[in-house]
Design a protein around this ligand. Sequence first.
Ligand code: PMP
Length: 371
Amino acid sequence: MHYFDYTATTPIDNEVLDTYIKVSNLFFANTTSLHRLGQESNYMYQKMKEELKCILNVQNHDIIYTSNATEANNLAIFGVVKNYAKGRIITTCIEHPSVYEVMKNLEKEYEVIYLSVDECGRINLNELEQAMNQDVILVSIMWVNNIVGTIEPIDKIIQIVSKYKKAKLHIDAVQGLCKVEPNFSWNDVDLFTFSTHKIYGPKGIGGLVYRKDIQLSKRLYGSNAQNGIKPGTLDVSLISSTTKAFKKFYPLTSFHQNDVLNKFNYLYNNLKELPFVIINTPLENISHYIINISIPSLEGETIVHILEDKEIYVSTGSSCSSKLKVPEKTIMAMTKNKLYATTSIRISLSHLVTKDDLDILIKAIKEVNYV
Ligand code: PMP
């Protein structure tokens, strides 16, 4: 098996799985139960949350655990904007559906501005500056694009947004954490989102890290768990596995980044020799974990299935929308080319990918055109 869909999800790491199993056996009691077992679970939950805050170096923030990043993105956006009856929201035209579709829904009540991107998938900072005013209640921009790997200039975005007191900044950090060294401090970001299954942890858990002084409006009603904002029984084993995954992989970010850079270069140099391949991923300001290409003679979905027959697994884009035959939103915004946007595939890398895997993939792509 040759897996190149690490952007969609990663296999669980053995040490993280070990943590999951141990904690599920030892701390199964409900964190809200008053008896000793419950209080031990609660202590473990609090400890794991504090450890994660230390790893991310965010002392002024709190964390709300959710079932995944989709839920965390929804919570961040609704949580902030529902405190206001009206106002302006700024986002981009290349967000993941878990942000983009929320924005579409909010258009009925709020003024939503979608920033455009250039041919590299980067927003234009002047456009952001012009869109900012005293009515802005939220700016939501992804750190690393999940389709092509472009890194948005979060350091500059922080500078611009922080001039406006009311405006909160939300960053979808899902594809950047443990993959790209941030050139900004998380302390300067009001809210950001992570997903544990993207960093070799289990599925079923993500989170919203948010500055403690932000009042999130409630979407769910129930117990007082997680300040009543995300009520319901907590899974301490998923929470502990999240901290374990961050503890293991966050300090390895640079090391893995360099390793993946070499793999990216090898793949890139081989693919650029193929006349029938268009490389959509730009070369600068990117996460080297993603190479997006188009093969205009074949639909993206067809390429996925041809490769699958050779036990090679790639994706047509965001796995959430990959069954729909609509032009891929990010590729369309960058290239303005419908053909490229319907014939694209996303190859995503990891430190786990071997040179052998890459050679097998390159050979298969060379043959794809003759199928
Ligand atoms: N944001 C981005 C940038 C993503 O790539 C993904 C996963 N495709 C998500 C949000 C949603 O993550 P989850 O699968 O945990 O809901």
